[in-house]
Unconditional design. Structure first.
Length: 397
């Protein structure tokens, strides 16, 4: 094979890999594999090497952070930047571009988040763990879509679209919750600087500046000042995504938002989220008593908040949206499909793990319990969603 032919094969292979990583299903599978690998590593004879790795500090000058913090604050900021671009697309020309389109999925997502938080607080009211009510409110769309792709191939196509729309609204809600309730202190000056930098970023977008060299320093600086402000640094990612221009100017083949998403999605799905799971999911189970975990109010709140709260809340929110606003279910969907979407919405990992880290970073015991609870919850959630999909598929046959 000639050199040119080898280069063409290499380019084609890279293109196929990139396209595969843009598929949410692939991202979900990589997330699952990374989490399992982290748990296995943390409980292997080489567990010390895992703890040493996530504790390694790196950075520039006096700004030194452990790798686990870089994963949670920086890598997930890239993930949320992609989420922000998705939100911008939906607000401008998608399922959230009008009240008529948005009302049912908005109420479904809000219902799931509210019911999950309420159930969690019922188990944890008055306890130190009550502040972690944000753990069960978020759906992990990559994880959920991976399960849907594996077990729900016979289900109606509109079900996937409804799940995606609900997840977009859920992401927006989770971002707001993290920004308001899960910061550490607040420094107004740094926050204002971050907002000014993001505003400059948006202005450059509006005026058609295309130089990547102009945007990367602004993005990094806005992330740094958002981190220094005390508000979780991932918020900078979503604000940058929302500030991107989704409409094409004359002479452009693609909008800046589309180009950026095209580049960053495989990086987010194939690198950022799996690395975050690798750095955060490793729970050392040595000395952990299973009885203490399953009877903990924290575990009960997370398990029932997600597995019961999300399906019930999604169903209730959808019912309210169709009963009292005059809207209908999306074309092609039945109420049985809404139940399936609710069970898939109970799969929550990435943002839930992030909120666990933020809530219990200074309490190793509660952090271990919350991570064990998330593993248990997702096992139950996957089982319940697969069961619901199989029953629904049987009724379609």
């Amino acid at each position: 094979m000639s050199t040119n032919e080898q280069e063409e094969v290499l380019v084609a292979s890279r293109r196929r890999l990139s396209e595969r990583l843009r598929d949410e299903t692939t991202g979900g599978v990589l997330l699952i594999i990374s989490a399992i690998f982290a748990i296995a590593w943390a409980n292997s004879p080489w567990s010390d090497s895992y703890q040493n790795l996530i504790s390694v500090k790196c950075g520039i000058h006096n700004f030194q952070l452990p790798l686990s913090i870089w994963a949670a604050d920086f890598l997930l900021a890239i993930f949320f930047l992609v989420v922000g671009i998705e939100l911008k697309h939906e607000f401008v020309a998608g399922s959230l571009s009008s009240v008529k389109k948005a009302v049912v999925p908005f109420l479904a997502a809000f219902g799931g988040m509210a019911m999950s938080a309420i159930i969690f607080l019922l188990f944890n009211h008055g306890l130190v763990t009550a502040s972690a009510w944000g753990i069960p409110i978020s759906t992990d769309i990559a994880f959920a879509l991976a399960i849907l792709a594996i077990a729900g191939r016979q289900l109606p196509a509109p079900l996937r679209i409804f799940l995606l729309t609900l997840a977009v609204v859920n992401d927006l809600g989770a971002i707001v919750v993290i920004a308001i309730f899960y910061g550490h202190g607040f420094h107004l000056r740094a926050f204002v600087i971050a907002l000014v930098l993001i505003a400059v970023f948006a202005a450059l977008q509006k005026f058609g500046v295309q130089s990547v060299a102009a945007y990367i320093p602004l993005a990094l600086a806005s992330w740094y000042f958002m981190y220094e402000s005390g508000i979780h640094a991932t918020v900078a990612g979503v604000l940058l995504g929302l500030s991107m221009r989704v409409a094409k100017n004359d002479g452009e083949l693609q909008s800046p938002a589309h180009r950026t998403e095209h580049v960053l999605r495989p990086i987010s799905a194939g690198l950022c989220v799996p690395l975050f799971a690798l750095m955060s999911a490793g729970v050392d189970l040595d000395g952990v008593k299973f009885h203490d975990v399953i009877t903990s109010s924290l575990t009960l709140g997370i398990v029932f908040g997600l597995v019961i709260g999300q399906p019930v809340g999604v169903l209730a929110g959808t019912f309210i949206g169709t009963r009292f606003t005059g809207k209908r279910l999306p074309s092609g969907l039945k109420w049985a499909d809404v139940i399936v979407v609710g069970t898939l919405a109970s799969i929550g990992f990435t943002v839930a793990l992030l909120v666990s880290e933020v809530s219990f970073g200074s309490d190793p015991q509660l952090l271990v319990i919350s991570k064990c609870a998330l593993v248990l919850t997702n096992l139950v959630a996957v089982a319940s969603s697969v069961t619901a999909m199989k029953i629904r598929a049987r009724n379609l046959a």
